[in-house]
Design a protein around this ligand. Sequence first.
Ligand code: NDP
Ligand code: OXD
Length: 310
Amino acid sequence: MKILFACNLKIDFKLWTDILHQHLPNAEVIVWNPDLQPTNAEYAIVWEPSPELFNKETNLKYLFNLGAGVDGIFKTPNLPKDINIVRLEDAGMGVQMAEYALHCVMQVARGFEFYRGKQQEKTWKKFPIIKREQWPVGILGAGLMGGRVAQLFASLDYPVALWSRSGSNFENTQSFKGADEFDAFLNRTRVLINLLPLTESTKGILNLENFKKLMPDPYVINIGRGPHLNENDLIHALDNDVLSGAFLDVFSTEPLPSDHAFWEHPKITITPHVAAVSLPNETVSQIAKKIKQLSQGESITGIVSHTTGY
Ligand code: NDP
Ligand code: OXD
């Protein structure tokens, strides 16, 4: 069996392919580049694959994405319509997302941002005692990432709601479903955490009109994808106190250009697309297990829909 490793990422290919070999010792693992002769492989592990991959490798049946979000595959112009796209299912990312989101909320709800300022002034001043009911967390997307984040906040007694297409339910949380319940979800939310996949229906969902529907003194945490956010709307909302702050991990252009207005905005906190990273062992063992299942004629989970785009 041949497996192509065709990832447009600056990672240690040897580390990743060595782990793949450990799990599938009989597989021929080929680090793909556009100068290779066609290999006729059926499986490829990809991240933002080059169109050249599909021009040359016409026998591919399964693309294993090296992450949860598959938008980087769907944007490939010559993606074969019948190819199976398999996303990463958690693989250690949900817990990272939960940590990231909690860290952001703690900055503002428990006053750690405030204390950083006070320390610079050498001032001993206490932040008001937290009242959790004043910090309703609203999560866009109730999937593997959203669910894990919701469970953490619920376990810490924050009011938590999730919004999704199907209205998926988690213990001790409220769920909202589809367009009809979107405004009600926003109206009860003070901290809006985006964990949606990027599709035609979710692009631009973080916009001024929606920010205005949130509770007073709201915050946004974008850990989904950059194009979910209307960047001009964000600046306008922050400068006009529609939003009190934003934590951004993902951007329409990555790396974020050095002259981008976000870098110096006092109400924006930036991280370089690290909210949840793909962990080599967890990721490769999940993919290898699925390849084994397929080669034994079994079905696998995590195949994404070409229609919904996630
Ligand atoms: P899932 O597919 O498990 O969950 C997606 C959720 O979004 C589902 O609840 C789904 O609803 C909901 N959804 C999709 N489209 C819509 C829509 N149009 N309206 C309402 N709800 C919608 O994905 P994951 O939780 O695994 O990952 C979510 C995203 O997180 C990824 O796509 C990726 O973009 C991002 N991500 C970012 C990382 C980072 O480091 N910044 C790392 C990992 C992921 P339903 O349940 O009804 O199907
Ligand atoms: C992912 C990501 O989608 O890391 O997994 O962004």
